[in-house]
Design a protein around this ligand. Sequence first.
Ligand code: GDP
Length: 193
Amino acid sequence: NPFRQAQYLTSAHHLHQLPPDAGFEFAIAGRSNAGKSSALNTLTGQKSLARTSKTPGRTQQIVIFELDISRRIADLPGYGYAKVPVKLKQHWTQVMETYLETRHCLRGVVLVMDIRHPLKPFDEQMLNWSAAAGLPVHVLLTKADKLKRGPAQASLLKVRKALPPGATAQVFSSTSRQGLEEWVETIKPWMDY
Ligand code: GDP
């Protein structure tokens, strides 16, 4: 799994602070508490790469992890914190939309959702922006260990039916590592591996 090479590179409060727009990048996004940090830690095999306890406000930046000289992971700010002021929310909505629209090296978006609470309004917004930018989206329905197999499959089928063309979905768990190989194999081609 080449994603195990991930190392922290930089954090960007503004798009102009991102590394040069070259090579290959994928973004990972999700509502606060969906399980995004845990998923990233599981993907990279690193227990605390993405901090799993965060304070609202501090999370309002794009964190870049480097895989090698030409490949990166962009950890997009978690959304859904009630405490974040409306103005800051609007600012970040704008930054995310612009990032998805203009970042040429961006090859796809991994959208993390709690399998028990999928497709909330901001998930829909991410799906719409990604579709508008022509980006593939792979949905991770995480915390699958919290459901029995039947309900987990039911949620997967429901989500798949609701996704736009070009978007894919799978069941995942950071706790059990269920679905890790499927995730890795899905995003490898995005990154030219
Ligand atoms: P983030 O805000 O999206 O980065 O979410 P975190 O990764 O910090 O996870 C939020 C909470 O859900 C934490 O208490 C995690 O331990 C828990 N969690 C994350 N992934 C899983 C999972 O796959 N299974 C279970 N049971 N709990 C999880």
